[in-house]
Design a protein around this ligand. Structure first.
Ligand code: PMV
Length: 327
């Protein structure tokens, strides 16, 4: 039996635009998905998940998840098993063990589909645990690459390398196309996350931005402007200028909002954070619902978010400099 964990992330800057080759800066935070894997005597896959901010479930299936023996609604199973399936396929390939079967247990304190990279963390930790269980040890870079293949397939070709690279490596990272690296010596980033209890549909949101960008030059300009502000943000990171980082986060939220990926709940949380004195606040991830991220050293933003009707829960999220690890 092998357990690995990998962190979730917040986007300091650059989601959506990263899909079109602009740079993005996601940061790993100390909320993790833990995946435990045990090799089976047969070639089936059994998935058990108890803690995905949703009712727990168990599902066992062979090659085709369509035959699944299931105790919960199909869309939830499809969401979770898509990533587990992909992780198992990658592990079988890496270990040259096409018939390996596994019992997989997922425990996660990252809300599902809420912009904190839950699926990337499950894919990274799942590939790491399953390959180790088969006696193969991959480097974090190899894990990031294989987890990206999983996201790419599940999200039907609409994924960047940002979430999976960040989850595998930890810390503050910069992703531009296939070029991914960790940024050295980031300043202290006092992240506060507000969560509306919901989720956005990443595929639909990405498709919406694609459509706007094709129809309007100014939407394409907004995507390019996000790239410009990310480059400006990198200079602010190098200069430890947290005030400027906050200003750029506010700007980034405005551009994402113009591209149609914010939501009433996310805007309400962003304004509550700003009203409480946060240095900056924006949605994180695909949008449509889920989480916002703010910078605030004091506890005022977290408290204000907790009193905001749109917010289900708010918490401090420490930067996690460690990526995937064996538990
Ligand atoms: O909501 P998340 O955490 O899955 O982030 C999606 C980020 C996008 O830029 C919208 C898509 C991507 O693959 O980069």
């Amino acid at each position: 039996m092998t357990t690995s964990s990998a962190p979730g992330k917040v986007y300091l800057f650059g989601e959506h635009a990263v899909v079109y080759g602009e740079p993005a800066v996601p940061c790993a935070v100390g909320r993790r998905a833990r995946v435990t894997v045990e090799e089976r005597d047969d070639d089936r896959i059994r998935v058990e998940a108890e803690d995905l901010s949703l009712d727990g479930f168990t599902v066992t299936y062979g090659d085709d998840p369509g035959d699944a023996d299931v105790n919960v609604p199909g869309d939830l199973v499809a969401a979770a098993t898509g990533y587990v399936d992909g992780a198992v396929a990658q592990a079988r390939d890496a270990a040259d063990a096409p018939d390996a079967g596994f019992s997989v247990t997922i425990e996660s304190d990252i809300p599902l589909g809420a912009g904190l990279g839950s699926s990337a963390a499950v894919a990274v930790a799942g590939i790491d645990a399953a390959t180790r269980e088969l006696g193969v040890e991959l480097t974090p870079t190899e894990l990031a690459d294989r987890a990206y293949q999983v996201e790419h397939e599940v999200q039907e070709g609409q994924a960047s390398r940002a979430d999976t690279f960040c989850s595998a490596m930890g810390g503050v990272v910069r992703v531009e196309g296939d070029d991914c690296k960790r940024l050295p010596d980031p300043p202290d980033l006092p992240f506060v996350v507000g969560y509306d209890g919901g989720a956005g549909n990443t595929g639909e949101l990405v498709a919406g931005v694609r459509d706007l960008r094709e129809r309007y030059d100014f939407a394409a300009d907004a995507v390019e402007s996000i790239g410009d502000l990310v480059r400006e943000g990198e200079r602010a990171l190098r200069g430890n200028d947290v005030t400027r980082l906050g200003e750029l986060m506010d700007f980034n939220h405005g551009l994402l909002s113009a591209l149609g990926v914010s939501a009433r709940s996310l805007d309400a949380m962003v304004w509550a954070a700003r009203g409480a004195g946060a240095t900056g606040a924006k949605l994180t991830g695909a949008g449509g619902g889920g989480c916002v991220v703010a910078l605030d050293e004091s506890d005022a933003t977290r408290t204000a978010l907790e009193y905001t009707t749109a917010c289900e829960t708010a918490f401090r999220a420490e930067l996690d400099t460690e990526g995937v690890r064996r538990e």
